[in-house]
Design a protein around this ligand. Structure first.
Ligand SMILES: Nc1nc2c(ncn2[C@@H]2O[C@H](COP(=O)(O)OP(=O)(O)OP(=O)(O)O)[C@@H](O)[C@H]2O)c(=O)[nH]1
Ligand SMILES: [Mg+2]
Length: 194
């Protein structure tokens, strides 16, 4: 996919603020700090359109990025960050449910998993949540550059087995540093937005 145009349209906290131009959407979900914003930037070849941070909890709103005047990437706040209050966690849950249950233009979700570690309980809950709502999932295992070549296949197998991936769900190993996995991720995502 050649990206000619990319812009942030809105940072939304409730559905009244979602864009209503009807373009298909691909959401990004995953733990805080797993690399959701970095994934968007690498995919669209922009260094820092989506704000990233080495500190978890950077993305706090639903950020809608319009790409090529034809679809949206929606950057979603991460989960699993210990330093949030019960109140914040509940607000996060409401925002996620409102988006994932009701958004008609949502075509698929990219679920990002840190390839260095086995999926967490929260990762498994997120995958099951998406399956429950019949939302197509592409699993992207991030930080591939941080895993030794000889260990990659084993780590990928651990991710597949822990999530109990259904046969229709693909997994792409990806690095936002090197760009490995980028073309493969685009091939899968293109099918959802065409
Ligand atoms: N080595 C390496 N670092 C990465 C990769 N992807 C992301 N990072 C780093 O991981 C940190 C977190 O990345 P973000 O893209 O901000 O993560 P996020 O999932 O958007 O985090 P929140 O917005 O807090 O939910 C940053 O320091 C990134 O540079 C990768 O593929 N390889
Ligand atoms: Mg982010």
């Amino acid at each position: 996919m050649k990206v000619n145009q990319a812009e942030i349209v809105i940072s939304a906290v409730s559905k009244k603020q979602y864009p209503n131009d009807g373009f298909p959407e691909i959401a990004l979900a995953g733990r805080s700090n797993v690399g959701k914003s970095s994934f968007i930037n690498k995919m669209i070849q922009r260094k820092s359109l989506a704000r990233t941070s080495s500190k978890p909890g950077k993305t706090q709103t639903l950020n809608f990025y319009k790409i090529n005047e034809s679809f949206f990437f929606v950057d979603v706040p991460g989960y699993g960050y210990a330093k949030v209050s019960k109140k914040e966690r509940e607000a996060w849950g409401r925002m996620m449910e409102e988006y994932f249950q009701e958004r008609e233009t949502l075509r698929a979700t990219v679920l990002l998993i840190d390839l260095r570690h086995p999926p967490t309980e929260d990762d498994i809950i997120m995958y099951d949540f998406l399956k429950h709502f019949d939302i197509p999932v592409l699993v992207v295992a991030t930080k591939l550059d941080k895993v030794k070549k000889a260990k990659r296949d084993k780590h990928i197998k651990v991710v597949r087995e822990a999530l109990d991936l259904e046969s229709e769900d693909h997994l792409v190993a990806f690095s936002a540093e090197t760009g490995e996995g980028k073309d493969q991720a685009w091939r899968h995502l293109s099918e959802f937005i065409s």
